[in-house]
Design a binder for this molecule. Sequence first.
Ligand SMILES: [Zn+2]
Length: 322
Amino acid sequence: MTIDYTAQVQAWLAPRADEMAELLTTLVAHETENPPGRALRGCARALTDAMARLGLAGEIIDVPAVQAQENPCIVRATVGTGAKTLYFHGHFDVVPVQDRAQFTAVRTDGRIIGRGTSDMKGGIVSMLYGAAAAAELGLLGDGKIVAHLVCDEETGSVAGSGFLRQHSLIDPAAVAMLTAEPSAGKIWHAARGAVSLRVTVHGREAHVGQADFGINSFQHMVRIAAPLEKYVRTMLDRHTAFAMDGNDARGSMVVVGGLSGGGSNFNVVPGTTWFTIDSRFNPEEDLEVELKNLTTIIETAGDAPGRGRVRPVRTGDAAMNR
Ligand SMILES: [Zn+2]
């Protein structure tokens, strides 16, 4: 006879549905917008409180702040004592709101709406209750679940997953890692990498009446953008070998000029012009190679006085597991 573990877990969860919804509402109320990375410690405490109620011993690991982050930290809990490790990984920072009311979760028609309910405080609640169910129902066997909840996923992960990796807090011998990010019911086993750059082009300001004496940074930016656009088209043609849904783009994706600006007035030769590049290269590709390709184009295009200077805003390696 096979045992229906799914039915067992669902039967354990069903009477706790309101409790789970209440925890999600509480987590949403912690305004963990990132950037800049606010209210992180308070949300971490709400998580360890919830863990304690579920019989999971959670601890808070303080992490050095990156830029304007306030009290960044990681919440960690181990469930079970078996030798094999399964990671439950999540993040409790959220992207900034358009309206403060988004921090008040609304429960209606079987849904909870509010900032971070989907990405991914709802996932965190599911993982915590899943771990508690596994422990109470004796489903851990010779394994254990280690939950890592980080505070810095939305802006590059230096104070989150990056910290865990840098401090050897992730066991490479672990069996698997599961994250409850929304993925339309499919299991993802690869991720694109990311390179976000800000390019600044310097020239020399001059009033329109003496435009001859100026160096127009905008003109130089256009010269840099032209070969960049050409390269971008080759990126779109580099297709991933991973299975994708019908309408999903197969090429390495990139946006040039998502943000741009410069100059001081319409009648002044612009002394500084800038723009951004955001590249999401395919899982098979390499961060260092991609960064070098883009940087080389930017730094060698155009004439010497108007060469672009590149500042990486954030970078992230691609990942895959076939
Ligand atoms: Zn997320």
